[in-house]
Design a protein around this ligand. Structure first.
Ligand SMILES: Nc1ncnc2c1ncn2[C@@H]1O[C@H](COP(=O)(O)OP(=O)(O)OP(=O)(O)O)[C@@H](O)[C@H]1O
Ligand SMILES: [Mg+2]
Length: 387
């Protein structure tokens, strides 16, 4: 069998499993959580291999006992001296994973905010890379990290504070949440994913935690210690779907928003979308990938125009999923039918959003002789980027 390109050892940090290669570089974001967890629990090393089709994958290479020690002395320690901080921020673009599309300025702003202990809020529409960027910045800093998905929890008090239990022997007792452990860990980076979808109770609980002047959590349910201080150097990174079409997103409280430094994720330009898709799917015909980028970009332009016939554009999450289908042998028409159309309302027949999107896709499937769906400007734009 071939030699692995890289070998990583898994270390547990907070509630996450981080992968460090032999050069001390963090490779966490390249390996699935399940693979990392299994390697940690099974106490073995993972190697990176390349399949015939060019895709990379990770699998067990050897048990820890028999392997050479992994040296991670060169991991990215966050510096404290000002000159060093400056240097760290301005060279940090190299820490950004290749598969994440984000401008250098936004990435550096994100790193800077994290290094400076700001509460960071990543905003942007659905599927534009907020969670991905937040996880990547957490991975880039060599600090204990914790992940909480607040959009997925039905029980904010249980998740953020803890639960009261009853036991016939012990009677009533209180068990603290993982979040309580997280905020007491000095230097921890705590990801609060989908904060905008969280229950308002969660926002209330977090209000004092996130306030730079307060920084404590009230344990109103436990007797004894009433509040818990947030440890020094703890950074919060939240994500929020703000100002978009999602109705499940509650309008976030202004006071809560004020406690964050906002980092807005950009929706990708056609060019960036195209490079991302080509980077991710080197084996799919790049003309087709280019068309996918154009389709997405046309829907985005349309949804933001004054006379919009669409509520939202096709997200990068969707284009990535669609190209995964192309890679698996579906054609563009089939892939669009299952991944794009269900997201658009079909009521109204020929005047529906779905019909409109279908027409856009159709334009890139046949010879482009479809009807005059686009106004002149859009046509010119599409033509320009076609040539
Ligand atoms: N800027 C980007 N760069 C690279 N990949 C991206 C980007 N945006 C989206 N993707 C792709 O879309 C997928 C979804 O992205 P992600 O989960 O970060 O979106 P999100 O903004 O958090 O969405 P939501 O609002 O639904 O939580 C990613 O796994 C990735 O494949
Ligand atoms: Mg997300």
């Amino acid at each position: 069998m071939n030699q692995p390109l890289n070998v990583v050892k898994i270390e547990k940090s907070g509630n996450r499993f981080n992968a460090w290669d032999t050069d001390g570089v963090k490779r966490t974001s390249e390996i699935t959580t399940v693979t990392r967890r299994k390697a940690f629990e099974g106490n073995y090393l993972l190697g990176e291999f390349v399949m015939k089709n060019g895709k990379h994958y990770w699998k067990k290479v050897s048990d820890i006992e028999t392997a050479a020690p992994v040296d991670n002395t060169s991991s990215v320690d966050v510096p404290s001296d000002h000159a060093e901080v400056l240097n760290f921020i301005h060279t940090s673009y190299s820490l950004k994973p290749k598969g994440l599309m984000m401008t250098e300025l936004k990435w550096k702003y994100l790193i800077r905010s994290a290094v400076r202990g700001k509460n960071i809020m990543m905003t942007g529409p659905a599927g534009c890379g907020k969670t991905m960027a937040a996880k990547s910045v957490v991975n880039s800093l060599d600090r204990p990290d914790y992940y909480f998905n607040l959009g997925a929890t039905q029980d904010p008090r249980g998740t953020l504070i803890g639960n009261t239990h009853f036991d016939t022997e012990k009677g009533t007792y209180f068990s603290k949440s993982l979040f309580v452990e997280a905020i007491q860990t000095p230097g921890a980076v705590i990801l609060l994913d989908e904060l905008s979808r969280a229950h308002p109770d969660a926002w209330n609980i977090l209000m004092t935690v996130l306030d730079y002047g307060q920084r404590y959590l009230r344990l109103d349910e436990s007797d004894g210690q009433a509040t818990i201080k947030v440890a020094d150097g703890v950074t919060f990174v939240a994500t929020a779907n703000i100002g978009n079409e999602y109705t499940s997103t509650r309008v976030m409280d202004k006071a809560l928003m004020d406690r964050f430094t906002i980092v807005e994720m950009d929706v990708l330009s056609e060019e960036d979308e195209n490079s991302l898709l080509n980077y991710m799917f080197p084996n799919v015909d790049s003309t087709v990938l280019g068309n996918v980028a154009k389709i997405a970009s046309l829907t985005r332009t349309e949804s933001s125009s004054d006379t919009a016939r669409l509520n939202s554009g096709i997200s990068t999450r969707t284009t990535v999923e669609l190209c995964g289908l192309l890679y698996d042998g579906f054609n563009l028409v089939e892939a669009a039918e299952v991944s794009i159309y269900p997201q658009y309302d079909a009521t109204g027949g020929v005047d529906s959003e779905r019909t409109f999107v279908k027409q856009i896709v159709q334009k890139f499937v046949d010879d482009g002789s479809s009807d005059d769906l686009f106004n002149e400007e859009e046509m010119a734009e599409a033509e320009d980027s076609n040539s």
